[in-house]
Design a protein around this ligand. Structure first.
Ligand SMILES: NC(=O)c1ccc[n+]([C@@H]2O[C@H](COP(=O)([O-])OP(=O)(O)OC[C@H]3O[C@@H](n4cnc5c(N)ncnc54)[C@H](OP(=O)(O)O)[C@@H]3O)[C@@H](O)[C@H]2O)c1
Length: 280
């Protein structure tokens, strides 16, 4: 059995691990599929049971990779998937969810998100989420790439059940610290931090290497430990190799000191004032 991981709580009180696994770009190439499935399964073995996917990724191909990875061990996994905004009308959301369930070869999605704000009215998407919850097709719902005004609108529409806002957050993308992050923490909505290592582009930064060296760790582990330093923040790095999965899992054992945090602050300062939410 894997060691229990640090968890945070969804608004329902259900605990979820603070480190999960992303799947963007999985399912795009038949050649990589075996390794992708093996990486996700290795993650499950290590307790990285939260797996983030979306109907968008490889046009559903990533959901099929997830299905293969959780085959025979569905109950261990907490599967997050997302509806594309162009499908997010009331009826469209329900149909998209049914398609995702088929590709995932499961009877329920643990957390179903609106991928980003689009033109269909939010009220219709929320109605669909409600119907899907009542039908047992999804266990929780949430949003992604929602800026402050979107969260406030969601609240005005009675969106109190929202279980997460999945947004871009890493050392180079700290804008949410001005508004979305404190707002969500105040409302007890966990933030799911996507691209926590900036798709690898962060990792050759000198400051990360220096902190890593002091801990006998790697730059990726420092970047992940920094994202997970706050309660209520879940990091979902995508790793396509077992070696990267193991390395990322060990980030949970890294405790950054006050001095480390100060050095990282100097290298990646928080820009002044709120700004529009960044997306990848
Ligand atoms: N809601 C949204 O709009 C949204 C947007 C973007 C992403 N996401 C979700 O968030 C997940 C993570 O974001 P992301 O995939 O954009 O970027 P990411 O996790 O920051 O970076 C993934 C890249 O980092 C590499 N990597 C992972 N662990 C590493 C390690 N220990 N050492 C060195 N390199 C490492 C991976 O390489 P290998 O594959 O070779 O291991 C891959 O190239 C996505 O997969 C997706 O599930 C959501």
């Amino acid at each position: 059995m894997p060691q229990p991981l640090s968890t945070t709580k969804l608004p329902s009180g259900e605990p979820v691990p603070v480190l999960g696994q992303g799947t963007w770009h999985m399912g795009e190439s038949a050649r990589d599929r075996k390794n992708e499935v093996a990486a996700l399964r290795a993650g499950l073995d290590l307790g990285l049971t939260l797996i983030d996917t979306a109907e968008m990724y490889a046009n559903g191909g990533a959901e099929e990779v997830v299905a293969e990875a959780v085959a025979g061990r569905r109950d261990e996994a907490f599967i997050v998937s997302k509806v594309l905004p162009e499908n997010a009308t009331e009826r469209g959301t329900i149909a998209a969810c049914e398609r995702s369930l088929k590709r995932l070869r499961t009877d329920r999605i643990d957390l179903y998100l609106l991928h980003w704000r689009g033109s269909p009215p939010l009220a219709g998407t929320l109605k669909a989420f409600d119907a899907l919850m009542r039908g047992g097709k999804i266990r929780h719902w949430g949003v992604s790439n929602f800026d402050m005004s979107d969260m406030e609108q969601l609240w005005d529409l009675g969106g109190r059940g929202c279980a997460t806002n999945q947004v871009l957050y890493n050392l180079r993308r700290r804008g949410i610290e001005h508004d979305v992050l404190p707002w969500c923490r105040q409302h007890k909505i966990p933030i799911m931090a996507y691209s926590p290592v900036e798709q690898g582009r962060l990792l050759d930064h000198r400051a990360l290497a220096d902190v890593a060296k002091a801990h006998n760790a790697t730059p990726a582990q420092v970047a992940l430990a920094w994202v997970m330093r706050l309660d209520g923040v879940i990091a979902i790095p995508k790793a396509g190799t077992i070696a990267h999965v193991k390395e990322n899992r060990a980030a949970l054992d890294l405790r950054l000191t006050k001095d480390d945090l100060a050095a990282l602050d100097r290298a990646f300062p928080l820009a002044a004032g709120p700004r529009p939410l960044e997306m990848l």
